[in-house]
Design a protein around this ligand. Structure first.
Ligand code: SF4
Length: 103
């Protein structure tokens, strides 16, 4: 649950009386995100550059398949078409297909 801030953030440091900016971001995340397997890996794995050689999404998708919060993650991402990268073991195109099937 988000705790109320006691003072406005300092724009130079984003620190507040009780929370710094990163703590605030952390508290805004849905709880399942704290249990995602991707937290132990480089963010680059889930957001490969377009046109990267080989199969740059394979590692992320393999990790997602074993993730305990995959269903929550995929549901979250399917509801948010603006999200980029791999979520819930699906690419942007894969999630787009799922949205099409849900209609
Ligand atoms: S399903 Fe994949 S992207 Fe989602 S939390 Fe798990 S590891 Fe991360």
């Amino acid at each position: 649950m988000i705790q109320p801030r006691q003072v406005a953030p300092n724009p130079d440091t984003w620190e507040t009386g009780t929370l710094d900016f990163m703590d605030l971001l952390e508290q805004l995340r849905p709880p399942w995100m704290r249990r995602g397997s991707c937290r132990d890996h480089s963010e680059l794995t889930w957001f490969p550059e377009h046109g990267a050689p080989g199969n740059p999404t394979a590692a992320a998708i393999a990790i997602c398949r074993l993730c305990l919060v995959r269903t929550d993650c995929l549901t979250y991402a399917v509801d948010r078409p603006e999200l980029r990268g791999i979520w819930g073991g699906e690419s942007e195109r894969g999630r787009e297909r799922l949205r099409g099937h849900a209609r």
